[in-house]
Design a protein around this ligand. Structure first.
Ligand SMILES: C[S@@+](CC[C@H](N)C(=O)[O-])C[C@H]1O[C@@H](n2cnc3c(N)ncnc32)[C@H](O)[C@@H]1O
Ligand code: SF4
Length: 400
């Protein structure tokens, strides 16, 4: 990694290399379910699932390239020098190194999840985000905004704080500590099913209160956001401080619990979007989303779709590849958009990349038909996602 950002005024200086660059380290911070800060929600350095598989309580050492950890997290005791608040994490040594590396056109190890997807032909979160902010952020000006040591003087206007893992479901591809329902049957004796390092973190709430006027975008997932007390507390903080009207909110929700009172809060915000997680219809939905009922999901989707921007969020995987046709028909009937970009990579055995060759060939035929059907009906984005899924499944390199 270099310590000197490229000189934007140098002849020929331009936007950073689009094949490695991601705008998120300049505008965003993620705070994971168990209290590790990340460059985004797919930052490899944030996740330590293997620690929760240990019979005896392990040392909660942060990975070398992690940004840091929250004071009320399990990591704080074992990493006192890397315990910090949200604002400090945004300019932590590793976050600053990341900015400098990206400005120099280098790949960053913590961002492997995105690079691996791209290498297999799938769309990555990085690409999606860069496209989304292309009109709002001057990419060519990022070097100028970045101090020689990588510092950026702003507060991240886009936050993804996972206010705990409370969830009513146990989806087959999910796990503990992401879902407390998985925790109820899977947790080691030294840990609790419910984890929430932020709700009572006074420093966090002070920082959020002081910077509420700078927040423009929130992403809520979890756990299940509509079961998270911290999520409601943040909505209320933004409403009470008069800042909600300038904030766009995006959710991923399982849409099986939808408290009526959220509909009183939503109009206060600039916009609300819900990616309703839907991995199939009927039996396929209920098989993957263990504990969920299809009829409840459909009722809640119909209740919400008139009030917010709602689309179906699909994680294409081994167990729904043959249910995508029904899902697309459901979406068309309900006049809902579908996002199929979140192709499942983990657990590896559930990835379409690891289907038997013969099934891949049959699935290729199925996907090709769905691509033609979507393209002919004017659903270009769905056709694009399905094409990326087909490429990802058939990529010749090593499966993840
Ligand atoms: C972890 S969930 C949290 C929010 C909410 N509980 C939900 O299910 O939408 C966020 C998104 O990740 C997806 N997801 C869950 N496990 C996954 C995995 N192993 N790989 C990729 N996406 C996954 C879910 O389907 C959902 O769309
Ligand atoms: S609903 Fe979301 S958090 Fe809960 S188990 Fe399913 S994917 Fe995980």
């Amino acid at each position: 990694m270099t310590e000197t950002p490229p000189d934007p005024s140098a002849p020929g200086a331009s936007a950073p290399d689009p094949s490695t660059m991601c705008v998120l380290p300049w505008i965003h911070l993620c705070a994971s379910i168990d209290g590790v800060y990340g460059r985004c929600c797919v930052d490899d350095s944030m996740y330590h699932n293997e620690l929760y598989e240990q019979e005896d309580e392990p040392v909660f050492a942060l990975k070398e390239d992690a940004l840091g950890c929250a004071p009320n997290s399990r990591y704080a005791k074992d990493n006192p020098d890397r315990t910090m608040d949200l604002a400090e994490a945004f300019n932590s040594p590793n976050q600053r190194r990341t900015r400098l590396a990206m400005l120099a056109g280098e790949r960053v190890s913590a961002c492997d999840y995105c690079y691996k997807r791209e290498d297999r032909g799938a769309q990555s979160y990085r690409q999606d985000i860069n496209r989304r902010f292309a009109d709002e952020i001057d990419f060519a000006g990022l070097a100028e905004r970045t101090a020689p040591d990588g510092t950026v003087e702003d507060f991240p206007f886009f936050l993804d704080i996972r206010f705990g893992n409370t969830c009513n479901l146990r989806c087959t591809m999910c796990t503990y500590p992401v879902s407390s329902s998985w925790g109820a049957v899977q947790r080691p004796s030294w840990s609790s099913a419910v984890i929430d390092p932020y709700r009572d973190d006074e420093q966090l709430w002070t920082t959020l209160g002081e910077n509420a006027h700078l927040i423009r975008r929130l992403y809520f997932a979890g756990g299940e956001p509509f079961l998270q007390p911290g999520h409601f507390k943040l909505l209320d903080l933004l409403i009470e401080t008069g800042n909600a009207h300038q904030v766009d909110i995006v959710y991923n929700s399982n849409m099986t619990i939808l408290p009526e009172h959220v509909f009183a809060r939503f109009p206060e915000f600039k916009s609300v979007g819900i990616g309703a997680s839907c991995d199939g219809t009927g039996e396929v939905f209920e098989k993957i989303r263990t504990g969920a009922r299809w009829d409840v999901f459909v009722r809640n989707v119909r209740r919400a779709k008139g009030e917010v921007d709602l689309w179906l969020q699909v994680a294409p995987q081994r167990d729904n590849i043959w249910g995508l046709r029904d899902l697309l028909e459901f979406a068309r009937d309900e006049k809902l958009d579908v996002d199929l970009a979140n192709v499942l990579q983990w657990p590896a055995e559930m990835s379409v990349a690891n289907l038997p060759e013969e099934e891949k060939q049959r699935a290729t035929v199925e996907l090709t038909e769905l691509i033609e059907w979507s393209a002919a009906d004017g659903f270009a984005k769905i056709a694009e996602h399905l094409t990326a899924l087909r490429t990802y499944m058939n990529a010749p390199d090593e499966a993840p």
